[in-house]
Design a protein around this ligand. Structure first.
Ligand SMILES: *Cc1c(COP(=O)(O)O)cnc(C)c1O
Length: 234
């Protein structure tokens, strides 16, 4: 074991401390290790250190790494924006998709999900910061989309996801995360059986746990800074 095992332990300690501070039981929050831009060997190292769920942003990386590591019981999460012409490999390789932002993508994933696999677990991405450049559905449109996605036969709608604009301090980080949490509670109030709030990254993990995250997506705090810009398309 080396750096990655230690970093993984460090993130788990941060998560436990954040749960304690939030009055939540330790282990209440699932850890998704975001391995985008890192090679399959690095994923294997984290797997050997006990990590099972990994997040990828680019379709080609997802398919390459899931092929290379096919013998390992890894749960792959696709967390990047998805174009409609690239849904099929995701429907075939991933267990989860976090960033559903329109019905067309959800319909294609449902139609393309192989029969021998369980339904694809999905979250809707919400644009909680209101920036025009960001992906995600406007908060006012989430309920309608959620009802449509929940009705698709080969998908299981689990919850909401967001990537808020960066903020400097904990109080500032909490504002958009709280907005997502409130939306999540509203959807549950409307009768949607949701259980997953996918929010929190390396820089705002503590704020996310305070605001009720059930799954945090952590990249650089586990794997180090990325070898090329995260925005590089594939
Ligand atoms: C890269 C990425 C992460 C992880 O970000 P870090 O700051 O490296 O922890 C989480 N979620 C999404 C959608 C990402 O693209």
């Amino acid at each position: 074991m080396g750096g990655i095992s230690d970093a993984l332990q460090g993130v788990k300690s941060r998560l436990d401390a954040a749960c304690l501070a939030a009055g939540r039981p330790a282990g209440d929050v699932a850890l998704l290790a975001v391995s985008k831009t890192f090679p399959a060997d690095t994923v294997r190292e984290a797997f050997d250190a006990g990590q099972r769920a990994f997040g990828e942003n680019y379709v080609q990386e997802l398919t390459e790494k899931s092929d290379a590591l096919a013998t390992l019981p890894i749960e792959w999460h696709f967390i990047g924006p998805l174009q409609s012409n690239k849904t099929r490999p995701v429907a075939e390789c991933a267990s989860w998709v976090h960033a559903i932002d329109r019905l067309k993508i959800a319909e294609r994933l449902s139609a393309q999900r192989p029969e021998h696999l369980p339904p694809l677990q999905v979250c809707i991405e919400v644009n909680v910061s209101g920036e025009t450049t960001k992906h995600g559905v406007a908060p006012a449109e989430v309920l309608a989309l959620a009802r449509q996605v929940a009705a698709l036969p080969r998908l299981q709608l689990r919850g909401l996801m967001a990537i808020p604009a960066p903020a400097d301090d904990l109080a500032g980080q909490r504002v958009p995360l709280r907005a997502l949490r409130e939306l999540f509670d509203q959807l549950i109030g409307e009768g949607l059986p949701l259980d997953t709030l996918s929010m929190g990254m390396s820089a705002d993990l503590e704020a996310a746990v305070l605001e009720g995250a059930t799954m945090v997506r952590i990249g650089s705090a586990i794997f180090g800074s990325r070898p090329r810009p995260a925005s590089t398309p594939t």
